[in-house]
Each structure stands twice: as C-alpha cells, then as structure tokens.
Design a protein around this ligand. Structure first.
Ligand code: LLP
Length: 426
C-alpha cells in the first residue's frame, strides 16, 4: 500500500479511497460516480478550525451542497455562507443554526430577502439599492435585520480571472470609498442593524499576500466604521484558499492563511478596543480533495492525439472547460502501473471543449478502464448539469471501507420531470 495523493492510497494496483477499492465501487454503483471520503471532510474542517481557534467557520455551501456533507459539517459546528434561497433551505435542513448563516449574494430577489428577514438570518448587503429594498421589506414585516456590507477591497489575486472576486471591476461588493457613507446611511434606516463587514477576494488563491492586503484594507474600514459609533459584531474575511491540484504544486495551509490575517485582526481590534467575531468562509479547502470523479473508458482513439473517451464530461465536471483547471488523473484499476503513453481524456459531450485532462502520461489505457479525476469535491457536482440529455450521476460517501449512496443517479425520467406539453402538441 502506498499513498498517491493525500488520503488516496494504492493497493494491488487499485486506487483506494476511505478504505474502499474504487474498482469495486464502480462495479457496484456504476459510472460515472462521485466518491467522497467522509473522514477527509472532517479532517479538513478541523484543520481550518485549528488554524483559527477563535473564529467561526462558515462553510461556503456552493462548493458542494450535498446534503450529507452539509450535515457532517453542521455536526462539526460549522456555519454556512449561503448564496441563494436553495442554499439557505438546505443549510437549515442540515441543522446549521440560523445564527451561523450569512445570506450572501450580489443580486438577491425580494423573496430571498423577505425569507432571510422572516427567518432571522443575517444578510450581507451588496449595494445601496439592495439596502433600501431590505429596509422596505423589514418595515413591512415589522421586523429588524442584522446586516453586514460586502466590501469590494480592490485586491488583485493571481487566480483565474473568472474566480477573482475582489477586483475593482468585479461585480461583487461596495467600492471601498463608499463604505463609510453606506454604514452612516444604514444606521438611520428603520429596521436595519448594521453589525458586520464582509469581503471575499477570490478563489483558488495560492499566495497569502492578497489575504494580508485584504485584511489590512478591511481593518482600515473597520476603524472608520467604528468611529461612526457602529459596534461591529463580526468581521467576515471570506476565504479563497487554494489547494494543490497538481502533484508538486505548493499551496498555503489554513495556518499560513491565519498567519496572514490574524496578527492584523488581533492588533487592530485591540487598538480599537472592540471584540468582533472573525468569520472565514472556506469552501474549496474543506471539500475539494475529499472527492474523486470516477469515470469509465468507452473508447480509445489514436488520431492527432490519443483520445480516451470516458463516460463523464463537462456535464459533471465543468472546471477544466470553464477555468482551464487541472485535475490529476489516475487509471484507477492500474494505479501503480508505469506510464506508457500520452493521453487526452475527453468526455461524451458534443463540444470540442469537453476535455477533462490534456496530454497526460498514463499507463496503457483500453476500453473498460477506470479513470479517477482527483480533487473534484469542490465545484464539481454542484456545477453539474443535464446538458446533452445526460442525467446526473450518483454520489457515494465512504468511511472505513463502507460506502453509502448519498445521492442516487438520475435517470432519463428526470430529463422529463418538470416538462409539460401545451395542449396543441398533445
Ligand atoms: N464566500 C463567498 C462570498 C464566495 O463567493 C466564495 C466562492 C466562497 C466564500 C468560497 O471560496 P473558496 O474557499 O471555495 O475559494 N467555481 C469556481 C469557484 C467559484 C468561487 C465562488 N465564490 C471554481 O470551480 O474554481
């Protein structure tokens, strides 16, 4: 037995996850299949909590909204960053207390705002316009709402432009120079209780400097807002910590993340004589490396490249097509065999961009082999679709060698589930 990456092991030439042989899971549950190692989710969550012992960890539910995962994290004491009514609903259902939720979003519907108000969930307000809508909603409901403002701190990160969220030109947040005036205005609005401040600068960040810069800019704003006489109960710094998708890539740890922001947070809050709660919103770090997407080879074609056609495509893992992202690929039934050739692993979707892995050195591949795409737990299933008439696959959760289905595979019935014919087409 040897370790291939983190918690993934190889035994008898087969890839093992959470004590379960991947080839047996494929035979039992079919492919494509998302497989998550339960213990790894808990380990990752604990690593974050250890690095930030006094902070609250609000898991970013968008990364992986599977109910079993939300439930596991609820049991660990996690809160959640929710970005829609659906995520709010699922988080509450999983047992995450409403006091540990923050309703985020740059374009919430009135219904979403009303629901947050009714349920007593705090809202991160993304614009002046939204502030006024929310004030009207709370007045009508005869309630009050605790709010944070999402700040755009104008911090540049070296991540993919599509997942950089704190640039001046990004759609998220309120420009820094307007922040003080919006808190001032909010304090005078009926029903609005400004009590937090929030930012999130991007995702898959592999260098701690932007976290440090954002923390400094946020604490400058905390100081100004405190001077207005507003008592900030929490400072939410978002997250964005990257993970090493490539085998030799280096990524900061939660401890490195903490070292980049905790000293500033502690020093500045002490100087101001305030004690707001620090909140972090990690998504990717908690779930990315816990999960593989297992897919079976339908066909191998030697053309301009050696194309390996598998049964999962960007319908199930859109990250490579959308962000040119890299997922380490292992031939799961030949996991210890030496590389023999260069292969490009492609999905069954009718799009040239449906490529899961480019030019990988892998053992000889033939029809029926199993390919495991690693680190697929964050923004994998949660971004899946039924494109090309493909029902979504199942998800299983493994622990100590035992697998449980946590989401059944859809069938073609699900393609029809919500569709109707007008009478003239009957
Ligand atoms: N908080 C807020 C407000 C966010 O918008 C996000 C992610 C997070 C927390 C969690 O960030 P994380 O720790 O996961 O980096 N689909 C893209 C990533 C989009 C991230 C969107 N926001 C991907 O597959 O790389």
């Amino acid at each position: 037995m040897f370790t291939i990456k983190n918690h993934l092991e190889v035994e008898n030439n087969h890839l093992i996850i959470g004590g379960a042989d991947i080839t047996e899971l494929a035979n039992q549950y079919g492919t494509p299949l998302y497989v998550t190692n339960e213990s790894r989710v808990v380990e990752n969550f604990k690593a974050y909590r250890k690095a930030f012992p006094d902070a609250d960890i609000y898991y970013a539910a968008k990364a992986n909204g599977s109910f079993a995962i939300l439930r596991m994290l609820a049991r660990q004491g996690a809160g959640a960053d929710v970005f829609s009514y659906g995520e709010l609903y699922m988080a509450l259902l999983a047992g995450i207390p409403r006091e540990k939720l923050l309703f985020n979003g740059n374009s919430k519907t009135d219904y979403e705002l009303q629901t947050a108000v009714e349920l007593g969930v705090r809202v991160s307000v993304d614009s002046r316009d939204e502030l006024h809508t929310l004030s009207e909603i709370v007045q009508k409901a005869g309630k009050e709402v605790e709010v944070a403002f999402r700040v755009n701190p104008d911090v540049s990160t070296k991540t993919h432009p599509k997942i950089s969220t704190g640039l001046r030109t990004s759609k998220f947040g309120i420009p820094s120079e307007e922040v003080v005036s919006i808190y001032r205005e909010a304090s005078g609005l009926p029903g609005i209780l400004p009590c937090g401040i929030h930012c999130h600068i991007g995702s898959q960040i592999l260098d701690t400097a932007p976290f440090h810069e954002a923390a400094q800019k946020m604490m400058d704003l905390v100081e100004k807002v405190t001077t207005l006489g507003i008592n900030l109960k929490f400072v939410d710094m978002g997250s964005g910590l990257g993970i090493p998708y490539k085998k030799d890539e280096r990524a900061p740890t939660p401890k490195d993340h903490a070292d980049a922001i905790l000293p500033i947070f502690e020093e500045r809050t002490k100087a101001l004589g305030i004690s707001p709660k620090l909140i972090l919103e990690p998504g990717r770090y908690i779930v990315a490396d816990t999960t593989i997407l297992l897919t079976r080879v339908n066909t191998v074609k030697r053309a301009a490249k050696n194309f390996v056609g598998v049964d999962a495509g960007f319908n199930l893992l859109i990250r490579p097509a959308m962000y040119d992202s890299y997922h380490y690929a292992v031939v799961a039934n030949k996991a210890a065999s030496p590389p023999e050739d260069t292969y490009t692993i492609v999905g069954p979707i009718c799009e040239t961009g449906d490529i899961l892995a480019h030019d990988r050195e892998l053992p000889h591949i033939e029809k029926g082999d199993l390919i495991a795409l690693l680190d697929a737990g964050a923004y994998g299933f949660s971004m899946s679709s039924q494109y090309n008439g493909r029902p979504r696959c199942a998800e299983v959760l493994v622990k100590d060698g035992v697998a449980d289905v946590i989401r059944s595979a859809e069938d073609v019935g699900e393609l029809m589930a919500k569709q109707k014919l007008p009478a003239r087409l009957m």
